[in-house]
Design a protein around this ligand. Structure first.
Ligand SMILES: *Cc1c(COP(=O)(O)O)cnc(C)c1O
Length: 354
């Protein structure tokens, strides 16, 4: 609280409440520094940022995307009157399978919208090689991937655009918020027009842009929390290591893999429940709930099972077997920086002792 008040004082003194005010500009600069990227545009939330990213690069046609994500990913496609084409995921990472992407490319394909699921980097090189060969654009939904790096730096530098969410449930939050990382200054300028109604200069509107702006209040929350994000991530890492060590040898529990070439952010702790475990996934969730522990079936069901999507050709029930199997078996255990290690041990005891 003490850290937020000076920012609020600044807002009252500047009399600028929104529209690219001083805190908004400072937050974009500090974020770029923190993330190790050049061009950041902050947004009111991650969903509007996804909608704007697609609007910036895809006019019409089909967008190849993952069934294993939060529904905002495919909703953003439909908002742009584009057609989502779901293809299956890799069984180890639960990210889009590049071979399945390639098989789904048609003359109507205009973009690939991939998700770094649970903050685990996609196979960016394979995806971008396919995109280059077929002349399609690549957007990453990086809502889970704040702070994740690979050997070459931030994971957010890949593709045409990467989209972050700063929702309250994410590793880094501004209560509600989001951002787009652009590859070039020109692209950032385009994104900044689109998030401000498509206005250029003072009097000209060049596109049906939306109101995606983050207010000075959101930027203040972001600036106050940015200083702590490295610490937050390392405390999440402690919980991750404790779970991983405890579940390593338990039959029927697979901890989803973490690549050791990357710096992870420990955004989630997903496990797959399978043969050999004494409870079904749903019974484990209930057992935890009886103890006051709220584990999430995240992502269940897969997006193509929702009434909104089930009639698309790519949503047919016999397709996407790997994503459907993962959705039936996955559970995300609690992980957050203030989770006491005693509570972690209590959760471990319930899961291992089931
Ligand atoms: C949270 C999330 C979003 C949406 O972000 P909001 O900021 O809540 O609008 C989009 N995609 C994925 C994968 C998410 O987890």
């Amino acid at each position: 609280m003490d850290e937020v008040l000076p920012y609020l004082e600044e807002i009252w003194q500047s009399h600028v409440l929104t529209n690219a005010g001083p805190l908004h500009e400072r937050f974009e600069r500090e974020l770029a520094k923190q993330l190790g990227v050049k061009h950041v545009s902050v947004f009111a939330n991650g969903t509007v940022a996804l909608m704007t990213a697609l609007q910036a690069v895809a006019r019409e046609g089909e967008v190849i995307t993952t069934p294993f994500s939060f529904v905002a990913t495919s909703n953003a496609i439909v908002w742009n009157r584009l057609i989502p084409v779901f293809v299956d995921v890799d069984p180890v990472t639960l990210n889009l399978d590049p071979t399945a992407i390639e098989a789904a490319i048609t003359p109507r394909t205009t973009a690939i919208l991939a998700v770094h699921c649970y903050g685990h980097p996609c196979e960016v090189e394979a995806i971008e090689e396919i995109a280059r060969r077929h002349g399609v654009r690549v957007i990453y939904d990086a809502a889970h991937a704040f702070g994740v790096t690979d050997e070459g730096g931030s994971i957010l530098r890949h593709g045409d655009l990467s989209v972050l969410s700063f929702h309250a449930t994410k590793v880094f939050n501004t209560f509600e918020g989001g951002a787009i990382v652009s590859g070039t200054a020109e692209m950032k300028a385009r994104i900044d027009e689109l998030k401000n109604f498509g206005i250029v200069g003072e009097t000209s509107v060049v596109a049906p842009g939306i109101n995606g702006k983050m207010s000075e209040f959101g930027a203040a929350m972001g600036l106050a929390q940015l200083k702590h994000v490295d610490d937050v991530i390392s405390r999440r890492g402690v919980v991750d290591r404790r779970y991983r060590a405890a579940f390593g040898a338990v039959r029927g529990i697979v901890c989803l893999n973490r690549s050791f070439e990357t710096r992870a952010n420990f955004a989630y702790f997903p496990v797959l429940i399978g043969d050999g475990y004494p409870l079904s996934r749903d019974d484990l969730v209930l057992r935890l709930r009886e103890h006051g522990i709220f584990a999430r079936r995240y992502f269940y069901p897969v997006i193509p099972e929702h009434p909104m999507y089930k009639d698309l050709p790519s949503a047919a029930a016999d397709r996407l077997p790997i994503a459907r199997d993962a959705a039936a078996r996955v559970v995300c255990l609690p992980i957050y920086p203030d989770l006491a290690l005693d509570d972690v041990d209590r959760i471990i005891k319930i899961v291992v002792g089931a």
